[in-house]
Design a protein around this ligand. Structure first.
Ligand code: FMN
Length: 207
């Protein structure tokens, strides 16, 4: 288990056309549903897409979305882009290569979604953001459960928030009622993966 965690890496190329068997998908989904969440509220809905045609349609919408070249996190204080390069086009290309897209939706009832939180009254918003971030932590747990289960079953891929650039199209296409969180894109790949340097400076030890 520890090796599985330490060896998991994002993989973005070299995918084979081979479909993912149903029992493999079922196991990954069972692991998704076993994730912890605040108040056991299970805010997730997982939308399973196995059609390469549908994945291709979504990839096209992502690729051609307005602002794709400059789609990076922004500084909320100024609205200016943070110092990152857009990876939208590369993310669209991943979607074209994989055999399975696990689209994650937030249906959490703490926040009722990012629009409701954003428009909450001053004095309520910060508290609503706590509920929203707790939902996101649970969603992160379900994503990581799926990713590790997939790795254990010989699959590889990457989770991508970039697909939010085409959120409207994806919500409509897959019938989402809540916010799109991103997609865990998976397939079989022979592409090499490289070890990464662990950010040990991110750990603070206390007595
Ligand atoms: C919340 C989240 C969003 C991400 N969004 C993207 C994305 O849109 N496109 C992409 O290529 N990778 C995306 N990634 C993958 C990260 O780039 C990757 O996890 C990171 O560089 C560390 O590499 P590793 O997964 O190999 O450890 C995302 C990862 C997370 C956890």
């Amino acid at each position: 288990m520890v090796d599985l965690i330490l060896n998991r890496r994002s993989r973005r190329d070299g995918f084979q056309a081979r479909p993912v068997p149903k029992d493999t998908i079922d196991t990954i989904i069972a692991c998704a549903l076993a994730a912890p969440s605040s108040k056991n509220a299970q805010p997730w809905r997982i939308h399973v897409v196995t059609s390469r045609a549908t994945l291709g349609e979504i990839a096209d919408a992502v690729d051609s979305a307005r602002g794709a070249e400059t789609y990076v996190p922004i500084d909320p204080a100024t609205g200016l882009p943070r110092d990152y390069e857009s990876s939208v086009s590369e993310s669209a290309q991943v979607l074209r290569g994989v055999s399975l897209g696990l689209f994650v939706e937030n249906r959490g009832r703490f926040s009722d979604g990012r629009r409701v939180v954003a428009s909450a009254a001053d004095g309520v918003r910060e508290n609503a953001l706590i509920g929203y971030s707790l939902e996101m932590v649970g969603l992160g747990a379900t994503i990581q459960n799926m990713w590790l289960a997939a790795s254990a079953l010989g699959l590889a891929g990457v989770f991508m928030g970039d697909v939010l650039i085409a959120e409207e199209m994806i919500r409509e296409r897959l019938g989402l009622a809540g916010d799109l969180v991103g997609v865990l894109a998976l397939g079989y790949t022979e592409a090499e993966s490289f070890p990464k340097r662990l950010g040990e400076d991110r750990v603070v030890l206390h007595d």
